[in-house]
Ligand binder design. Sequence first.
Ligand code: SUD
Ligand code: ADP
Length: 276
Amino acid sequence: MSKPLRLLAPAKLNLFLHITGRRADGYHELQSLFQLLDWGDTLSFAADHSGTIGLSGDDLGLAADDNLIVKAARALQHGDHGARIHVSKCIPTGGGLGGGSSDAATTLLALNELWQCGYSNTQLQHIGLQLGADVPVFVAGQTAWVEGVGEQLKPVELPESWYLVIHPGCHVPTGEIFSARELTRNSPAITMAAVFQGGHRNDCQEVVARRYPEVAKALNWLAKFGDSRLTGTGACVFTRFDSQAAAERVAEQVPAPWQAFVARGVNRSPTLSVLS
Ligand SMILES: C[C@@](CO)(OP(=O)(O)O)[C@H](O)COP(=O)(O)OP(=O)(O)OC[C@H]1O[C@@H](n2ccc(N)nc2=O)[C@H](O)[C@@H]1O
Ligand SMILES: Nc1ncnc2c1ncn2[C@@H]1O[C@H](COP(=O)(O)OP(=O)(O)O)[C@@H](O)[C@H]1O
């Protein structure tokens, strides 16, 4: 058995999210800035020749076969490839922070290396897209401008920022928000330059805030300290700060029972540096 490889599966924030259309298969076309964070789940991998995939660690109440970590491993597995994988979850599930997708991406990157599959990063992104719309951006491991359903990526370099993220305690199913009748689906496509001049939003925010009052409350509370915004389809909300100290000062005041954490925005996933 090889020495275990321990890697971060980073969380992300959608700094903005516009829905610009809908494809024939019902999936929505998006424009978004995916900001990677230096905070997330921890996965460790040991390869063997057992021909089986074993997953231990935090139980999400999912059958192993439904866990994106196992699905990602199976997508690469051939012959007697085997692996013991351990997961420590920090990223709240269904929070709009991309936890499941990031776990899947880290699994693809780790096992491609340990099993010496030889796939390029672009090939792994294609494999990842079959597992979820958000997986390719985590495989690429860069903060990125994203279009399509998540498969068209352009890395961007953003100034260092700190984010206070609040989980208001409710679970918002992505499918429910995308099937909401009142959702705006025809935002005009904008350029990256326009985004950097402001004038962007999360098109899901109004729908989520109306259906989930705790999200609305958290957005209003955070708005006292800066622009507050929903990430993805929620339920987490966030505000940007210039320094860790400023973010921590506000984090200390977050009312119970909401959960909060402070994380640094990174342009490149720490996981890529370990693997390359
Ligand atoms: C919109 C984002 C932004 O990050 O939201 P979050 O999930 O992170 O909150 C993601 O791209 C979400 O991606 P992901 O969470 O992988 O979605 P999936 O599991 O693939 O899809 C769940 C359901 O949402 C709908 N869906 C998802 C993505 C998309 N671009 N259009 C859609 O219409 C589909 O009905 C799908 O059945
Ligand atoms: N390893 C995993 N971690 C989190 N969620 C997972 C995982 N595997 C499968 N899932 C499923 O993926 C769904 C989306 O979870 P997640 O990616 O954390 O949230 P979001 O899409 O809101 O960012 C969950 O409802 C969960 O059932």
